[in-house]
Design a binder for this molecule. Sequence first.
Ligand code: ZN
Length: 351
Amino acid sequence: MKEYVKLWEASLTRDGSYDDRFILGVRTTGIYCKPSCPARRPLRKNVEFYSTAAQAERAGLRPCLRCKPLDNEGLLARRIREACAYMQSNMDEKITLKILADRAGISPHHFQRTFKAAMGVSPKQYGRALRLQQLRPNLKAAKDVTRAVFESGYGSSSQVYQDSGLSLGMTPSEYRAHGRGKTISYACLQSPFGLLMLGATDRGLCFVQFGPSHAGLLTQLREEYSDASIQPMRDPAPPEFRCWIDALNAHLAGSRRHLDLPLDVRHTGFRMQVWLYLQTIPYGEVRSYSEVAAALGKPKAARAVAGACARNAVALAIPCHRVIRGSGQLGGYRWGLERKRALLERERAST
Ligand SMILES: [Zn+2]
């Protein structure tokens, strides 16, 4: 958090020594800038930080005409950004690492490493993330997940659930092995709804849970991923992680409705389908367990839906608090009914 404040201070003071360290994105104008940009600063809540221009572009932002954040961009950074743009406009093609490396004029090995350093994911994972991003808006609109999957050009829904391992990283067998081979970094934050612990792999959040104490949460994290290597988040935390914390804070404060954070959780089959579906329930709305089951084409599976909610490891990002009983009673909540009630009330008050 402290480091995050530092980035905002550097933007306010237009500190040019930060120009090669991060990019300032402005949601309201859709523009991204160097920290030293002379333009007037927007409100803090409209700002996002990115570690590279390519990430800002991925978020749909355009370079500022005033500070021209791309002018002094290093050659490699430009090639990575161009590769991202190329993948985005050729999503129907099969783009191999070799094609990308040839276009950039460097060896596949070097390209892979440079890309990963800049983007946090491999080119292949990036391609999958692009496809899922295309899928998500459809998921939001369509009630029927299976139909959305087909409309998004996936041949079969099992393919998409494999690909949604995308953000997700762990293969089913790895998941069963409780995160073996994974490194998970964690940090706590004090939220209006209690202490919250965030755990993340290099691919996204795998743990967002409320708990009474730091020690208790750490035990919970170790139980959930008993074979992973678990360590405190380094200081300063990477910009992505700071962005996620910021997004969660804004979300809990009611100023950011939609949480679209990269997740590194996955499961095979029905449980994963439930989790994906939960992400399509709009802020401020609720569904009943049987409505979710019916929407997934399994009207008799309400209990299984409740089971999937109870096993959710990422509170808020997979909004299992928006599923209640058909009678209007709250049902259960992994992190306590009082908290579920409070979260739903906050959402209703903010809509
Ligand atoms: Zn600018």
